[in-house]
Design a protein around this ligand. Structure first.
Ligand SMILES: Nc1ncnc2c1ncn2[C@@H]1O[C@H](COP(=O)(O)OP(=O)(O)OP(=O)(O)O)[C@@H](O)[C@H]1O
Length: 556
């Protein structure tokens, strides 16, 4: 691989040297021809111009082939290394980390093509052209060398320093904007439910403004770098010409020296861009050198915690601190003849149901019985094919919850912006996530979500549960909120949730059949094949579910 990179470097350098030689020879030919010498004395120069012109094109083409071959080989080798390193890890093998690592390895391609090869060509031209000028006139060689140092070292260093800082700012703003965009799209239902869409939009707009400012400044700096390179090129050529004129070397040599200087500096101008690009690539190259996941936040499908809130209020009544929905007919959940068909398959086959306000209801049944569909209907997420649905504050809105790229405090406070620390801590305690938060070095200020602190599926699930609890809606619908938790923890969390919801309606799809009454449920709905086959006191539910699976025709 080193040989391929070296070949590409040599070919690139040869192409640039051919370009400089072409200009020098052409300058000599034109200046000499103006003196009207015998044609035969120009023959060699004419051949030289043709040869350099052809070889420049040929060498450039060969360099492109070899350069891309080298870059692709480097990327392939790196990818293999990164995948092996990731495959060997036990943690953090999530899609985000993997795709970023794949993206990062692409930066090696740019390193070869846009940094390494232009650098090698520029160095070769600097040495060759300075030597040529030195041989023709040492003073001109010195001026050219000075110009080359400025254009090929000082300008690129300044460009990398200033441009790099700006590139960091642009990259940070771009990354933040991507995350904000994702939050706005993926978290749209949560934002709408909690009345926080405006806030999130304003935050995204501020990020856009910051990105625009940073890009504008970066653009100006880029222009200044290009302009200063061209200025140095012109000044070098003029300086070389003046030195040559003063040394009275003759018009032909003055033209050769000046145009050689012009071509030589032009060949080193790309180094400024290469230095800037290198500075931009550095973080990605560092990550590749030490493969480690960026977020380490695996995202198994969490249980859904869906507060039901009215869609027509900017600050839903159900989210107000201390907002209540006392018992009474208007607060009942009433379903009548509700049927849901998915294509030809019936998920709910005519459900009649009335749940008084303030009840804690478990929805149980075998897999595929229609529990999630029933919850979806209550939430307004699933449109029944027949029947009527009425839940308190009937225009309900539910959502799959989203973890925002923000602090844990902000993620929870979204549910109730005015909530104090004690209320946040209480919701987190009930959901079983407080201990984890308090153990984090930055505690409540830890940034989670995209690119933030990694969370296990369980932590994420409990954080979302805490947010739903903090919203304190009149009706809380939970779809297997303790799924995936260890038995003891899941049972304890469910018990605390129901205790904290005392007096408020809570409907929970659960597979934890044991001790439903002890957990705090008032009753259980047993579903089978899309029907409520039994509605029983929670204390005898385990027994009934067993019977219903062996006797599908169990009557309600
Ligand atoms: N989006 C869908 N498209 C087609 N069929 C669906 C869809 N959602 C659910 N079903 C079908 O409807 C029936 C009820 O599904 P549902 O998810 O409500 O059951 P469940 O009791 O919640 O099951 P589980 O306990 O496994 O989550 C199943 O037969 C299921 O295959």
């Amino acid at each position: 691989m080193v040989a391929v990179v070296a070949t590409a470097g040599v070919l690139g350098a040869a192409a640039e040297l051919a370009a400089v030689a072409l200009l020098a020879t052409a300058a000599w030919l034109l200046a000499r021809a103006a003196e009207q010498p015998p044609l035969a004395s120009l023959g060699l120069a004419i051949v030289g111009v043709r040869a350099f012109a052809l070889s420049r094109g040929g060498l450039r083409y060969a360099e492109r082939l070899a350069g891309h071959d080298a870059a692709l080989r480097v990327v392939a080798r790196l990818r293999e290394r990164v995948f092996l390193a990731l495959a060997g890890r036990r943690d953090g093998r999530d899609g985000d980390a993997l795709s970023r690592m794949v993206g990062d390895t692409e930066s090696a391609q740019d390193l070869v093509l846009r940094c390494l090869l232009p650098g090698v060509s520029a160095a070769a031209v600097a040495v060759g052209a300075s030597a040529l000028c030195w041989l023709l006139l040492p003073a001109a060689g010195a001026v050219l060398l000075a110009g080359l140092v400025v254009a090929g070292m000082l300008v690129p260093t300044a460009a990398a320093m200033v441009g790099g800082r700006l590139a960091d700012r642009v990259a940070a703003a771009r990354g933040e904007l991507a995350v904000r965009g994702l939050d706005l799209v993926d978290g749209a239902p949560d934002l709408a439910a909690f009345g926080a869409t405006g806030l999130a939009e304003a935050r995204a707009e501020r990020t856009v403004a910051r990105l625009v400012r940073a890009e504008r400044v970066a653009g100006r700096v880029g222009t200044a770098v290009v302009a200063s390179g061209v200025l140095v090129q012109g000044l070098t050529a003029v300086g070389v010409a003046l030195v040559a004129l003063r040394a009275e070397v003759g018009e032909v040599l003055v033209a050769v020296l000046a145009l050689t200087a012009l071509a030589a500096v032009e060949a080193v101008l790309p180094v400024a861009g290469a230095a800037r690009r290198y500075r931009e690539l550095r973080p990605a190259l560092r990550r590749v050198a030490e493969p480690r996941p960026v977020t380490g936040a695996p995202r198994p499908r969490p249980g859904r915690a869906s507060p039901v809130v009215p869609a027509d209020a900017s600050r839903p009544a159900g989210l107000r601190p201390g907002g209540t929905a006392g018992p009474g007919r208007a607060d009942r959940i009433v379903l009548s003849g509700v049927r849901v068909d998915y294509g030809g398959r019936t998920a709910l086959a005519g459900v009649d149901l009335e749940v008084a306000a303030g009840r804690a209801v478990a929805v149980v049944g075998a897999s595929g019985a229609g529990k999630s569909t029933l919850l979806g209907v209550l939430a307004g997420l699933v449109e029944p094919s027949a029947g009527t649905v009425r839940v308190p504050e009937a225009r309900a809105l539910t959502q799959d919850a989203h973890v925002f790229a923000a602090s844990i405090r902000a993620n929870l406070a979204l549910a109730r912006p005015g909530a104090g620390d004690a209320e946040l801590a209480e919701a987190a305690r009930v959901a079983g996530v407080a201990e984890w938060v308090e153990r984090l070095p930055r505690g409540w200020d830890t940034v989670v979500g995209e690119g933030g602190q990694g969370m296990s599926g369980g932590q994420r699930q409990r954080l979302l549960l805490a947010r739903a609890l903090l919203a304190d809606p009149p009706v809380l619908l939970l779809d297997e909120p303790t799924e995936g938790m260890e038995d003891a923890l899941g049972t304890e969390v469910l018990r605390r949730v129901l205790r904290s919801r005392a007096g408020r309606t809570t409907v929970v799809v659960t597979h934890r059949l044991a001790d439903l009454a002890e957990l705090g449920f008032h009753e259980a709905l047993v579903l089978d094949a899309g029907r409520v086959v039994a509605r029983v006191d929670s204390s005898i539910v385990g027994q009934l579910v067993e019977e219903s699976s062996s006797t599908p025709q169990l009557e309600s």
